[in-house]
Design a protein around this ligand. Structure first.
Ligand code: UN1
Length: 512
């Protein structure tokens, strides 16, 4: 019983063998393949999960279509009340679910708890939102006419999520979709099926208590084939996909072919600019957490530090000593800072990236290494690494989902911002400075081109209240806070004539 994981599994009602397709309280037996959920922490199998086949997918969609007709008629604040209760259920399950996230995915227990907290926060946000699904009212150009707009429920929302935030990203989408009157079909990463089953069970209990129909919250565990079915399915008006740019391009293309809506939240290549006016101690904490947190597997992970030449050597030295103090190991042991990568494929990509970086001329500041020996039996533990590079190197231009930090020198702020923007991705960015002229330049329209731009905060750890997403190859979608809900609804403009005449717009005369 590794760090009380057995109790966590029991309290989440999970067993060693689970079905991977569900419409709520009902679970569907399929002839799909068996997916093994295993932990990168100790390499042990946690459970076997029976994946969806095409037939099960269609059963789910049929159920979801019927459920939508019922769910959209429930008043939005009543839907919000159900989501409020889900938030309460998540509060009760926070430790168990946080622990399972940590064990199945490999992020630290603290970060597992943080992820569940994001779920609770978005539920709270959605409850308030359920009374604020506003449209505007505008003045008609015609006398005796009224014009306004309203937002109606959209239908089935497909959710494709990644292993790195196995539960939070689902909740950002579902909490909003449900208060908007939509039903959801979730395809989680095959690397983290158990946390998804746990979420489905917690939700089903709350929904059943509130007589929410089967088919409002659906789970379809499977591989890329299921993602493709969702993307091609004209019964699914919105597909929200989080993951690699490669996956997002495939989803975006399929959804685009049928002119559906795609909400894409893809790769990042996030930089922190450290000016010579930065508070160095603060900047270092932000940079190190940003680079090694979740073992470098956040889409908001800090991948590049663009440092003013006057402080470059000092920062490099300080980073070296900070990295020397990092404790790498079992993510459930709270004295460790860095857990494992998700699997051995990820380890291979980390190694390949380091080889490529060196071949392209990167200078080693802290070398990488795959760790072996006591506590590292899973083969997924690596040492966070730092290299000095040039921004234009091919390896620096691409996102490697691992704790590899690239340092780049600059002399003028304009040049730093140009380098920060000169990558294909555009998710998160930050500047560390106490000089208002520098921070305002960075935030201005000639500054950062990213969806997220921070001052004196690192690139990761966004709050749910803001719209989350980015530009360019990050995909352009916005999830979570602000007015991100609008993409989950269909918008309708209504003009009403309450006179006995029919004046035409634009002054057109049409008489007979
Ligand atoms: C992701 O990595 O897909 O800002 C999401 C952050 C988290 C979300 C990351 N709130 O790092």
């Amino acid at each position: 019983n590794f760090y009380g994981i057995k109790e966590a599994l029991d309290s989440l009602q999970l067993s060693a063998s689970e079905l991977g397709v569900s419409t709520g309280t009902e679970w569907i037996k399929t002839s799909g393949e068996t997916i093994i959920s295993s932990s990168p922490a100790d390499g042990k199998e946690i459970a076997k999960v029976l994946a969806a086949d095409t037939d099960a997918y269609h059963q789910v969609i049929t159920k979801a279509q019927t459920a939508f007709k019922e769910w959209r008629m429930v008043p939005a604040p009543k839907r919000g009340e159900v989501v409020r209760q889900l938030g309460e259920a998540l509060r009760k399950n926070k430790e168990a679910l946080g622990k399972l996230v940590s064990y199945e995915m490999g992020k630290s227990y603290q970060e597992g708890l943080g992820e569940v907290q994001e779920m609770i926060d978005i539920c709270d946000f959605a409850v308030g939102l359920s009374r604020q699904l506003y449209g505007l009212t505008m003045h008609s150009e015609r006398p005796g006419h009224r014009m306004y707009e309203q937002y109606h429920p959209l239908g089935i929302v497909g959710i494709i999520s990644a292993f790195n935030f196995p539960v939070a990203v689902w909740s950002w989408n579902t909490a909003l979709a449900w208060v908007c009157g939509d039903v959801t079909v979730w395809k989680p990463s095959e690397k983290t099926p158990l946390t998804a089953i746990a979420c489905q069970k917690i939700t089903a209990e709350v929904f059943a208590k509130n007589h929410v129909p089967e088919g409002v919250s659906n789970l379809v565990i499977g591989d890329a084939k299921i993602g493709q079915l969702l993307s091609q399915d004209k019964n699914v008006p919105l597909v929200s996909a989080t993951g690699s740019t490669r996956m997002g391009k495939a989803v975006g293309e399929e959804v685009g072919k049928r002119l559906g809506r795609a909400l894409l939240e893809l790769g990042g290549n996030n930089a922190i600019i450290m000016t010579k006016n930065a508070d160095l101690d603060m900047s270092l904490i932000g940079a190190v957490f940003g680079a090694v947190g979740t073992c470098g597997q956040r889409c908001t992970t800090t991948r590049r530090l663009i440092i003013h030449e006057d402080i470059f050597d000092e920062v490099a030295e300080k980073l070296k000593s900070a990295y020397g103090q990092l404790k790498i190991g079992n993510p459930l042991d709270e004295s460790n800072h860095v857990g494992p990568l998700i699997d051995k494929d990820a380890v291979q990509m980390y190694e390949n990236a380091i080889v490529k970086a060196k071949k392209e001329g990167a200078k080693t500041i802290v070398d990488g290494e795959v760790l072996a020996g006591n506590g590292y039996e899973s083969g997924c533990y690596v040492k966070p690494a730092i290299f000095e590079v040039k921004n234009e190197m091919e390896i620096v231009q691409s996102e490697t989902f691992a704790p590899i930090l690239y340092l780049i020198r600059y002399s003028e702020l304009e040049e730093a911002v140009a380098m920060q923007n000169d990558v294909p991705q555009g998710l998160s960015s930050a500047i560390m400075t106490r000089d208002m002229r520098e921070s305002e330049f960075f935030l201005s329209h000639q500054g950062s081109d990213c969806g997220i731009a921070n001052v004196n905060i690192g690139t990761s750890g966004a709050e749910i209240g803001g719209a989350f997403g980015g530009e360019k190859e990050t995909g352009g979608g916005r999830e979570s806070g602000s007015d991100a809900w609008k993409v989950y609804m269909r918008r309708q403009t209504n003009t009403i004539n309450y006179t006995n005449d029919l004046p035409l717009a634009q002054g057109i005369k049409f008489e007979f």
